[in-house]
Design a protein around this ligand. Structure first.
Ligand SMILES: [Zn+2]
Length: 281
């Protein structure tokens, strides 16, 4: 499942290929891909024709493409969605859901999604920030992320630290993989209560989150899933530098103890039993 670094990699690729181009047609090949666009596919095509894409923006794992009409296209990749740029004469992908052609006749933008959990929609007047995603907190790579406010809010809550990292209204873009990696670096077990963390401990954890997301963006993301590929169809390689996630029973890179796997929020969590002891209680 794509996390922030993967979506950011896609954003950077799209920014290079589609910014400033004018949409000619928006063809929906599978209605499920635009199920969040309630007025339907004819309306989707009509409001996008002849519109110029001004930029590619991101909030958490959502992308939005501001248009010269003041509207925006919102995109979410779900489990397996891809936004690809392809030459106009490239054969259709098996799971091609939406195709954008451009007035310049250049490469098409294609939304390909095998499992169709992802999707596209048009946000009316959403060019600045679509209402649909305004509840999502900024991510820690965002220059306007408010670090002091985050530290105060997380310490003011009675919750578990991993649960807080995954809460998109508190901090966005940190999914299961990168939460486990940041907690390993910070030597914190995911069930540690946030109201018992010191300010320096929260700041250290946040620093690790930033480092990991930054490293993963440079590496082009992590791809456990063959379905996740970036805009050019290449996989990321951050998975080679993981210390906790997916390493059950393998030795901890710091102390040698076998990494343990536990169930948490219906997903697997990986941690070192020696470096990251469970809280007493
Ligand atoms: Zn260890």
């Amino acid at each position: 499942m794509p996390e922030l670094p993967e979506v950011e990699t896609v954003r950077m690729g799209l920014a290079k290929w589609v910014t400033g181009r004018t949409i000619d047609t928006a063809e929906v090949l599978h209605p499920r891909a635009i199920r969040r666009h309630l007025p339907g596919d004819a309306h989707f095509a009509a409001v996008l024709a002849d519109r110029t894409i001004l930029d590619i923006s991101r909030r958490g794992k959502y992308l939005w493409l501001p248009l010269d009409s003041g509207d925006a296209i919102i995109g979410h990749l779900g489990m397996s969605g891809q936004l690809l740029t392809q030459p106009a004469d490239a054969p259709d992908e098996k799971h091609l859901r939406v195709r954008f052609t451009f007035t310049d006749g250049g490469p098409q933008l294609r939304f390909v999604d095998q499992r169709t959990f992802g999707g596209l929609s048009v946000s009316e007047g959403g060019a600045e920030l679509p209402d649909e995603i305004s509840h999502i907190a900024r991510d820690p790579m965002d220059p306007l992320f408010d670090e002091e406010a985050f530290v105060a809010r997380i310490r003011g809550r009675h919750t578990e630290v991993k649960r807080a990292l995954l809460d998109q209204t508190l901090i966005s873009g940190v999914g299961n993989i990168y939460a486990d990696e940041a907690l390993w670096r910070a030597k914190l077990h995911g069930t540690r209560p946030t109201d018992q963390l010191t300010r320096p401990a929260v700041k250290r954890l946040l620093g690790h989150v930033r480092d990991i997301l930054g490293e993963a963006i440079v590496a082009g993301g992590t791809s456990f899933d063959e379905l996740y590929v970036n805009v050019n169809g290449e996989s990321g390689y951050f998975d080679r530098s993981l210390n906790a996630y997916g390493r059950e029973s393998e030795p901890c890179h710091r102390c040698g103890a076998p990494i343990r796997r536990e169930q948490f929020m219906n997903r697997s969590s990986f941690s070192c039993p020696r470096c990251q002891p469970r809280p007493r209680g």
